[in-house]
Design a protein around this ligand. Structure first.
Ligand code: ADP
Length: 369
């Protein structure tokens, strides 16, 4: 059980590349922290610095209040599960799980107890005599986790542990990891480029881009209140629609003009625009696919502005349908409950839930609201 503190951490590789830039984060005991961001943004580098597999160029790393920059990986009381499992092929599942404990000269009967306990948690008791090559991908992943569990580490580090599994198994293992976390009640730090994994697993999410933390918060707050355009577009599936708009005053109302239509902004939003000096300017407009409606009752409501676009393609996913429409040079996607009267060709008429709209300034792409 452990809390971590990462203070002003930088990583500059030998070739001069700065992979992590001034990373600051306090991780409390028993949190499930997910580092998420596009490939190459510095997630693994950060995780590997915590594990001690990569040197910290500058800054300080504390585990349970102790600075560990110069402490060897094996003495950090941390266990890491990798994406490629890294199992020893010539050893059985039992041997793989017992290996780290044997190295530590743990008594045989204690090793046996720990291995069997972990195997039970992971439901792999029947596989203990098998070699890795006789296991499926999901089973290998379980063994890799078992190897970490037996050590009762203070911190679990996982680097894209599910990326080698097929889609169905990935979803299944994701729930297994969530259960494991509940059961073990220890600190988890998990790296993924998959925003769904981040949203479903993390108690808090760290969104990274280009080696820099963009936002740290709970999944819900990150989704509802992204700090900037990058976070807004990265988190959410399908992605948030990004459009261009402008704001101005007309007949005592504050107008947001988007897709050539004028929307009257509610008073609270108008006030924010005014207070932040964002009137009479061009802005970036973000609207999540589920905050657009093409339901008849919403279209009939006279206070709503009705948009009309050409349908490009529709995708029926069962309970939901995604409607892709052409908005000038851009594509828009609308997420709607599947029903019999969704058009698949021609024009789509829709309204935007103005309370759920996001605005970003054009220069810095920071959130206005
Ligand atoms: P992520 O895990 O987010 O995909 P990484 O942390 O693996 O990203 O890598 C961050 C950046 O550092 C990438 O641009 C990568 O190419 C670079 N990088 C990783 N390892 C090295 C290395 N040993 N030497 C130089 N650059 C590296």
């Amino acid at each position: 059980m452990a809390g971590l503190l990462l203070k002003n951490i930088d990583k500059i590789y030998e070739n001069g590349y700065k992979a992590v830039n001034n990373f600051n984060l306090e991780i409390k005991d028993k949190e499930f922290i997910v580092f998420v961001g596009p490939s190459g943004c510095g997630k693994s580098t950060t995780l590997r610095m915590i594990a001690g597999l990569e040197e910290i160029s500058s800054g300080e790393l504390y585990i349970d209040g102790v600075m560990v920059n110069d402490i060897a990986p094996k003495d950090r009381d941390i266990a890491m599960v990798f994406q490629n499992y890294a199992l020893y092929p010539h050893m059985t599942v039992y041997g793989n799980m017992a290996f780290a404990l044997k190295l530590r000269k743990v008594p045989k009967d204690e090793i046996d107890k720990k291995v069997r306990e972990a195997a039970k948690i992971l439901d792999i008791e029947h596989l203990l005599d098998r070699k890795p090559k006789a296991l499926s991908g999901g089973q290998r992943q379980r063994v890799a986790m078992g190897r970490a569990i037996v050590r009762h580490p203070k911190v679990f580090l996982m680097d894209e542990p599910l990326s080698n599994l097929d889609a169905k198994l990935r979803v299944q293992m994701r729930t297994e990891i969530a259960k494991l976390y509940n059961q073990l009640a220890t600190t988890f730090i998990y790296v993924t480029h998959d925003q769904t994994e981040a949203m479903t697993l993390g108690t808090r999410i760290v969104v990274m881009n280009d080696g820099v933390i963009q936002q740290v918060d709970t999944p819900k707050r990150i989704y509802d209140h992204p700090k900037n355009l990058f976070v807004a577009s990265f988190i959410g599936s399908p992605q948030m629609n990004i459009l261009y708009g402008e704001t101005y005053k007309k007949d005592n109302s504050i107008i947001l003009k988007v897709l050539d239509k004028e929307i009257i902004l509610p008073k609270d939003k108008a006030k924010i625009l005014n207070d932040t000096n964002n009137l009479n300017t061009k802005l970036i407009v973000g609207i999540r696919p589920e905050n657009i409606s093409c339901k008849e009752e919403d279209l009939k409501n006279e206070s709503n502005t009705i948009f009309k676009l050409d349908i490009d393609i529709t995708e029926n996913l069962g309970a939901e349908t995604y409607i892709y429409a052409k908005a000038g040079s851009r594509n828009m996607v609308i997420k709607t409950p599947t029903s019999d009267n969704i058009s698949t060709i021609g024009k789509i008429r829709f309204v935007i839930d103005i309370d759920k709209i996001h605005l970003f300034d054009e220069n810095e792409q920071k959130t206005i609201f």
